[in-house]
Design a protein around this ligand. Sequence first.
Ligand code: 4FV
Length: 258
Amino acid sequence: MRIDVITLFPDFVRQCSEVGVVGRAQQRGLLQVETWNPRDYATDNYRTVDGRTFGGGPGMVMMIEPLRALFGALREASDEPTHVVYLSPQGARLTQDRVRKLAARPRVALLCGRYEGVDERLLAHEVDEEISVGDYVLSGGELAAAVVIDAVGRLQDGALNDAQSAQQDSFSDGLLDCPHYTRPETDALGTVPPVLLGGDHAAIRRWRRKQSLGRTWLRRPDLLAQCVLDEESRALLDEFRREHFAAQHLEAGTGPQD
Ligand code: 4FV
């Protein structure tokens, strides 16, 4: 997969894409991250890329011209069709489902805004999809682009050592992930749940499913509402809820009947 990032801060984006799983995916030729700087396509001596916002008010806006020339060159650079994503708070929320769809594409371009954003006419002409990483305002789209590059990069076949782990990710089945433990088995902070030490893989799978269901019910009921649970999952969730309320009663020193 190839990701072209349009940014006024190419070094920052490159550094984010050369570490960890994403860096290794690039070394393995599974992912290619290229950067394009609008300033390289500015035609005046000051290499201007922004202008005052029409209608008055604070802040500057990224101009059409350098970006139009840049997109011309970018589309020439490869015969693969390019899916252009603009990162902005006005976009659809980034989800694992959207990440999976992007990761299946041969080529994606990520347009990083700065200042108040980009001239709307350029967006209307060049952008296929607008994505937000969250309901807050960043000073630029680069951090959002780094999030997309990481989430998409690690889903490239062969990027993760134990291929299995992508399947066991949070949200891989719409649920939050279960708790994880490693050595030591006992610590002042507590002991590892015995089921995880027993080697009974069916029991371990059930425990992990139960924890994922329970955590999702407690922390993200909105996600649970989107899930279709099979019979076993409904039974495991009921079990979790019963134990949760029993523990609450115990804590409150009140009996279940109260
Ligand atoms: C953002 C977000 C974001 C808005 C103006 C860049 C900034 C500045 N991008 N998800 N939230 N972008 O805040 O993606 O140009």
